[in-house]
Design a protein around this ligand. Structure first.
Ligand SMILES: [Fe+2]
Length: 398
């Protein structure tokens, strides 16, 4: 397993996205624009108050005062953005005839910007982009422009993934765009921006990253690749295990914050090629009720215990023994569950106020809308049995 700051070398070698992790990212951004052949017209997509608190907004304003390029700002993109939020960004891009889109904020902001930029360039409705590879399918051989991502939280890994999660309020579900055309072209990650996050957001985002690394590790149906590998997933999990407690002790510990950022990006690299499955699938039903990272992490142990019915998953689980000690796969799951419960501040799924029989029914019924994740689960679930199996697993937790 790689150690400590080995992520620096890993990021340097990563091909799909130019990753720069360290302070002063707005300087990197202005250098990028100054070096570009044509003067860019930029749409900046940013989050709400947290962007001001993090210092990112002040850095952006100062950068814009120093460098002369045309720009427009779309602000206050909320958590779990919906089709209207994406439409607002798309309109700004169209009105300004932007040549670049820069997203500054949490995963939600990045996802909304990815969806809007792809919809604008393709001329398609965002709802036509939901699913796997829809843009690439409709435009074979075409290379779309991709966003520059400046994540200010350390969780989703959206800065390196081909995914954008968008809420479809009419259908009452969170839907997924999965396409290489929405992978950001640059990820500029400044660990200093994380210092202003409240403890609860630090925990929710870090636990999301932990869940990405572990769910990807458990994905026995997807082969290892150069950057989506067992040892990297274990390394990502170890960075969370070692550094989340340090950040809880001292929110200004920027070295530990940097390692949480690295773990989130490594988690993104893992799920980009070996995706998540049932815990994330079930977490989508909690949108608007509890933070995504808390839902996904709390759902991980029950589904993981179900996966252990497959010998290959049990063997894969033992790779985590050096991070979460245990002599058996069950003991390792228990150790991870205890870590999640400690930092989520919730002892079990049943302690979540929104987790009740009605929620179990909703999760079981929503699951059928994502047959891809059911089929690719470490212990695959047939569509016709999905509702019964999923509610069977979760009813034990009530
Ligand atoms: Fe996630």
């Amino acid at each position: 397993m790689p150690h400590d700051q080995d992520y620096i070398e890993i990021f340097e070698q990563y091909g799909p996205v130019c990753i720069d992790l360290g302070p002063g990212v707005m300087n990197d951004l202005s250098a990028e624009f100054l070096l570009s052949a044509e003067k860019p017209v930029v749409t900046f997509v940013i989050g709400g108050k947290s962007i001001t608190k993090s210092g990112a907004r002040a850095d952006l304003t100062s950068m814009m005062l120093h460098y002369d390029f045309e720009s427009r700002i779309v602000c206050d993109i909320p958590a779990e953005p919906d089709l209207d939020d994406v439409a607002r960004i798309r309109e700004a891009i169209a009105q300004s005839a932007s040549t670049e889109v820069v997203a500054i904020g949490g995963g939600s902001v990045l996802d909304a910007a990815k969806a809007a930029w792809a919809a604008h360039q393709s001329g398609l409705d965002v709802s036509d982009l939901f699913g796997s590879g829809k843009i690439s399918e409709k435009f074979p051989g075409k290379e779309f422009k991709r966003i520059i991502a400046i994540p200010t939280t350390a969780g989703t890994g959206s800065e390196v993934t081909p995914y954008a999660n968008i809420v479809d309020r009419a259908a009452g579900v969170k839907r997924l765009i999965a396409d290489k055309q929405v992978i950001p072209r640059m990820a500029l990650i400044d660990p200093y921006y994380g210092r202003s996050m409240p403890e609860s957001l630090t925990a929710a985002t870090a636990l999301d990253a932990l869940t990405h690394n572990i769910e990807s590790l458990l994905n026995i149906s997807a082969p290892e690749t150069k950057f989506a590998r067992n040892d990297l997933a274990v390394y990502g999990a170890s960075l969370i295990r070692d550094n989340l407690p340090l950040v809880f002790r001292d929110p200004n510990d920027v070295n530990a914050r940097e390692r949480l950022c690295a773990a989130a990006t490594i988690g993104g690299m893992q799920i980009a090629e070996r995706p998540t499955s049932l815990p994330h699938l079930a977490s989508f039903s909690f949108y608007g009720r509890i933070p995504h990272g808390i839902a996904a992490a709390m759902l991980l142990p029950p589904f993981w215990r179900y996966y252990l019915g497959k010998k290959a998953v049990a063997e894969r689980t033992m790779l985590l023994a050096e991070v979460f000690p245990g002599k058996t796969p069950e003991e390792i799951v228990d150790a991870v569950a205890a870590f999640i419960a400690e930092y989520a501040g919730v002892s079990s799924l049943s302690a979540l106020p929104c987790f009740d029989a009605a929620m179990v029914d909703k999760i079981a019924s929503d699951a059928g809308k994502n047959p891809m994740k059911l089929a690719s689960a470490p212990r695959p679930v047939a569509l016709e049995n999905a509702a019964g199996i999923i509610s069977g697993i979760l009813k034990k937790e009530l």
